[in-house]
Design a protein around this ligand. Structure first.
Ligand SMILES: C[S@@+](CC[C@H](N)C(=O)[O-])C[C@H]1O[C@@H](n2cnc3c(N)ncnc32)[C@H](O)[C@@H]1O
Length: 324
């Protein structure tokens, strides 16, 4: 493996430091950053410490695929080492092992439609490779889950990054729909939250969340509340500086409990919702008014984030609301 000078930084600073080193022309671009003890080692052009780094493969997967498959699909998704093609992709004559190699992955799957029900069962079908358990790294956080059971929305990457960039040191957070820890892990690993209460109803997601907490070394700072958050959030009244309501199309059923989970002095609530593109501003105003009335506190719409287009004309948005 190639040797390079290494710059060490804390995990929560790694993505910012990587970008800074890149902008300043100090990054050794052909090599992969890696964990080094409790820190992240980033390959750089000069310094004092030298380490062995893995090289970044410079292959063109589209070209590789074209060489072995007729009319190959132009798009696929990667979760860890699984390459995922959309429903309807004709893979009948594909040499699956070669296709996996061509895409720099080990397994292949087809993504059938995700359940629209609250637990969002994944319906991923493995067509090459053993089981669906995967470790997927994003923004220096490792997510672990069974992709055949649990969804992972790649479209929400910017929202996961945004939550990880909030400095939540000293904060107690209630994540009302935690799943495998989409936001919980960001808050714990990057934001350095003091404690996260993660509420989740789906046993497959809870299994993944437990593994993810362990893998990232943050289990002691998270309590998992298993079951329906209509029940579990009631045990968390008055504890939180911040509440995350990460459920679409709507998290309205948890709005009342979210207010009650905040400390008496108030805090932030991040409200996810699917809203028609022409009604976003109106929705933000009405929602702010609703929370003001229901909480008896002042409510300020701190920020409105458009995460992604959910379907034609319907946008997944997040309102960051401050109650004080
Ligand atoms: C769609 S996921 C969250 C996705 C995440 N926001 C993202 O960015 O990818 C929503 C999670 O809420 C959980 N959930 C839904 N209703 C619930 C309830 N009443 N109590 C607890 N968890 C619930 C589901 O099992 C699922 O894991």
């Amino acid at each position: 493996m190639p040797i390079s000078f290494a710059y060490l930084c804390d995990r929560d600073l790694a993505s910012k430091e990587y970008e800074r080193l890149l902008n300043e022309g100090l990054l050794e671009q052909g090599l992969k950053p890696m964990p080094h003890g409790n820190q992240i080692a980033i390959p750089v052009k000069s310094g004092e410490l030298e380490l062995e780094f893995e090289g970044i493969e410079r292959h063109n997967p589209h070209e590789n695929l074209r060489r072995i498959v007729e009319n190959p699909p132009k798009r696929w998704e990667k979760l860890g080492d699984i390459a995922i093609f959309k429903q309807g992709t004709d893979t009948t004559n594909w040499p699956l092992e070669d296709v996996a190699k061509a895409l720099g992955s080990k397994r292949i799957a087809i993504q059938n439609e995700i359940d629209s029900g609250p637990t969002r069962k994944s319906h991923l079908e493995m067509i090459f490779g053993e089981d669906g358990w995967v470790v997927h790294r994003e923004n220096f956080v490792d997510y672990e889950f069974d992709a055949t059971e649990v969804m992972f929305s790649s479209g929400n990457v910017t929202e996961r990054r945004r939550m990880g960039e909030i400095t939540t040191k000293d904060e107690i957070i209630v994540d009302a729909f935690s799943g495998i820890g989409y936001y919980t892990l960001q808050f714990l690993v990057r934001g350095k939250a003091e404690h996260v209460h993660a509420c989740e109803i789906n046993p497959h997601s809870i299994h993944g969340l437990r593994k993810g907490l362990q893998r990232n070394g943050v289990s002691e700072r998270c309590t998992i509340h298993e079951g329906d958050n209509k029940v579990t959030m009631k045990q968390l009244h008055g504890v939180a500086d911040r509440v995350i309501l990460g459920l679409i199309p709507s998290s309205m059923n948890a709005w009342g409990n979210a207010i009650r989970c905040l400390k008496s002095e108030g805090g932030f609530i991040h409200i996810h919702m699917n809203v028609h593109e022409d009604e976003i501003d109106e929705w933000a105003v009405k929602t702010t008014e609703w929370f003001e009335t229901a909480s008896g506190k002042n409510a300020e719409a701190h920020h409105l984030e458009v995460v992604k287009q959910y379907c034609p004309r319907i946008m997944h948005v997040v309102l960051d609301l401050r109650l004080y």
